[in-house]
Design a protein around this ligand. Structure first.
Ligand SMILES: CC(C)(COP(=O)(O)OP(=O)(O)OC[C@H]1O[C@@H](n2cnc3c(N)ncnc32)[C@H](O)[C@@H]1OP(=O)(O)O)[C@@H](O)C(=O)NCCC(=O)NCCS
Length: 171
């Protein structure tokens, strides 16, 4: 898939080094439940994504983004399909933040998901503290539908409590 500035394609095992650059970074993953990861976890994660996406009834899809004309992967975006609803999530390399790249990629993937899968709703969630993430949601025309104060979740075996925002876009 091609946008103005980006190439977006399914994740591959050769993306490992580029994904480790941001995927292992504490600051980048501080508002995320499943990131940061160790290099071993990233290797396992990519392999699992590739296997899952190749299976007939795939429900999880992981895409990476590259700047046009460059091979380096600067971020990844997931789609997790449950019945007619999909949850979308994202992470990118902090060297490239605030250039509009993630919004451009997510906008394109939302269109792609609605036209490819049998879904009618895409949701995204984040903590209230993650301004950059909910800005991406808003720039992609997603609407805030839920605010849950003191939402409880588990991260690496520890309970975390945060104000959770849920955004949604319908077909
Ligand atoms: C969230 C993330 C993917 C955004 O990527 P990005 O390429 O910088 O996103 P964009 O540039 O398309 O949009 C970010 C917007 O947030 C704005 N923004 C960022 N930090 C901000 C802040 N502290 N206050 C106000 N606005 C802020 C940017 O200015 C930009 O808006 P603009 O284009 O209107 O100026 C990136 O910050 C990231 O990887 N964060 C860590 C991982 C993460 O938290 N993922 C989401 C988990 S729910």
């Amino acid at each position: 898939m091609e946008t103005e500035k980006l190439i977006i394609r399914p994740i591959e095992i050769y993306d490992f080094d580029d994904i480790c650059e941001y995927g292992c970074d504490e600051e980048t993953g501080k508002y995320m439940i499943y990131w940061p990861k160790t290099k071993e976890e990233i290797y396992e994660f990519i392999n699992k994504c590739v296997d899952t996406m190749n299976s007939e009834k795939a429900e999880c899809y992981e895409y990476v983004m590259q700047l046009k004309g460059r091979t380096k992967v600067i971020g990844n975006i997931s789609l997790v399909i449950k019945d007619t609803e999909t949850e979308i999530g994202w992470i990118s390399n902090k060297e490239y933040w605030n250039n509009g790249y993630m919004s451009e990629a997510v906008n394109a993937l939302i269109d792609y998901a609605f036209s490819t899968f049998n879904i009618n709703k895409i949701i995204a969630t984040c903590t209230e503290k993650n301004i950059a993430s909910y800005k991406v949601m808003e720039k992609c025309n997603m609407k805030r539908i839920l605010f849950e104060s003191n939402h409880k979740s588990m991260k690496n075996g520890f309970e975390i409590i945060y104000n959770k925002l849920t955004y949604c876009i319908e077909k």
